[in-house]
Design a protein around this ligand. Structure first.
Ligand SMILES: *[C@@H]1O[C@H](CO)[C@@H](O)[C@H](O)[C@H]1NC(C)=O
Ligand SMILES: *[C@@H]1O[C@H](CO)[C@@H](O)[C@H](O)[C@H]1NC(C)=O
Length: 433
């Protein structure tokens, strides 16, 4: 295999040592013969122990999660070394090849293959994952959120390179509950198709399974801050409610819905026409692309005539993902919605859907302008791309997911989060019941 560079061929060979597999299997059969078959009582076998062959292994994640300065400095230096940069890159072709043997792929990558608790099994989730590149990141995200009782729809941008499509298709074909969206669109930044990608997954998820309780949408740069069990518990405590940003639209954003826009050469621009008010005089609220909503909300999106009209109306607006979900959340009769009155406004900080750090809101605790501490990674379009130094703060937040991560720029942030979700955390809850 010419395309396999030595560094990571070694890594993945080590993942799949016969010894490692036997160890897992023997622990598995121990569980099977235990007095309470079905759910595991100890999590140790889930640890990513084989990941100790990754180039990130020299980092002490316990120290990083505690925010220890020396260790963070070390991590930062490591990230910028040439060797490290070379070793962490995994080409798309690797996945096309590795996913040929699904059993081995799931075993060596340590996917969770059975529900870890009765509570989780009885509360399946539906995920929409909208991605366009970086198969490596996608696979780590899928692995982090994967549970066999959940269902996952993956939308790969229609303009993505063929190798990205092929690699992600190969991965999804290893799981009966992970599938490619039936209709992929060409996603244009700030354009309607960003919403259409999620809508297509919503329709497929709604049609494929009748049992899931909540819908969560993800993009390739998200990563969970909670385990599946914690996500289930957080959602149950919403008691049927939805959790997403939905607040008054700032004056400077109003032009996004009063002017008409169109896509020209893959870019969105004004047509020069103005738009009529929204149908049924629905008040337009401001929010973001990421939502946590119950099944009834999704049914309304697909079937409610008022929402169908709103969707048609929104197709020539600017960045409809940043107001459509927020607006639907305040339409009377939508399951889990709240009244349009301002007192029900919810900010992104109070919602649990996503933690995003905007550069303009960073600062120190005493400042009236500041919403969160300064970004320890770097910024892309005024949004923080988290560094390892952000983890200590991130894992204390109530949000289920955070955005943005970049597995190429700061792989240690993701590496330590993965370890935390599988290892640090479950250690505190070895007895599930
Ligand atoms: C990693 O950091 C933790 C927390 O500071 C410390 O207790 C532990 O000894 C360190 N482990 C290693 C192998 O250095
Ligand atoms: C769901 O599936 C049915 C039957 O296959 C089809 O007629 C319907 O259009 C689908 N609905 C959606 C929302 O995709």
């Amino acid at each position: 295999m010419r395309y396999l560079t030595r560094g990571w061929l070694l890594r993945f060979l080590q993942f799949s040592t016969v010894l490692g597999s036997l160890l897992i299997l023997s622990r598995f059969s121990q569980l099977k013969t235990g007095r309470r078959p079905g759910y595991i009582r100890k999590y140790q076998w889930l640890e990513y122990t084989d990941d100790d062959e990754l180039p990130e292994k020299v980092c002490n994640c316990s120290a990083i999660l505690k925010g220890e300065k020396e260790e963070l400095q070390k991590a930062k230096l490591l990230t910028i070394t040439k060797d490290f940069q070379k070793n962490i890159h995994i080409p798309d072709e690797y996945y096309i090849h590795a996913a040929q043997d699904c059993r081995k792929f799931k075993l060596t990558r340590k996917y969770i293959t059975f529900p870890l608790s009765k509570e989780e099994e009885e509360f399946p989730l539906a995920y929409s994952m909208v991605v366009h590149h970086k198969v490596h990141s996608f696979e780590r995200l899928l692995r982090a959120v994967y549970a066999p009782q959940n269902i996952y729809c993956v939308h790969v941008d229609r303009k993505s390179p063929a190798s990205v499509f092929a690699a992600i298709k190969a991965i999804t074909s290893c799981f009966p509950n992970v599938f490619m969206v039936s209709k992929a669109v060409n996603v244009v930044y700030a354009g309607w198709t960003r919403v259409q990608a999620d809508l297509n997954c919503m329709a497929d998820l709604y049609n494929t399974s009748t049992t899931w309780k909540y819908f969560i949408n993800l993009c390739g740069q998200d990563f969970p801050l909670k385990t599946n069990l914690e996500i289930v518990q957080a959602l149950r405590s919403l008691k049927g409610g939805n959790s997403l940003e939905s607040e008054e639209m700032p004056q400077e954003k109003k032009k996004r819905v009063t002017n008409a826009y169109e896509v020209v050469d893959g870019k969105i621009q004004r047509t020069g026409k103005t738009k009529d008010p929204a149908p049924f005089n629905l008040p337009i609220l401001s929010g973001n692309a990421y939502i946590v909503v119950n099944r009834g909300y999704v049914r309304s999106v697909l079937e409610d005539k008022r929402i169908q009209a709103l969707i048609e109306w929104a197709k020539d607006t600017y960045s409809p993902d940043e107001f459509l979900w927020a607006t639907i959340q305040r339409i009377p009769g939508v399951p889990g919605s709240t009244w349009p009155n301002r007192k029900f406004d919810m900010t992104d900080i109070n919602a649990i859907a996503r933690m995003v750090k905007w550069q303009g809101h960073e600062g120190s605790e005493g400042s009236l302008q500041a919403v969160y501490p300064e970004c320890k990674g770097h910024h892309v379009r005024s949004i923080c791309v988290y560094g390892a130094g952000d983890l200590q703060w991130l894992i204390e937040q109530h949000h289920l997911f955070a955005n943005k991560f970049d597995a190429d720029r700061d792989p240690i942030a993701i590496y330590c989060l993965e370890k935390y979700l599988r290892h640090n955390k479950p250690a505190k809850q070895t007895e599930l019941y």
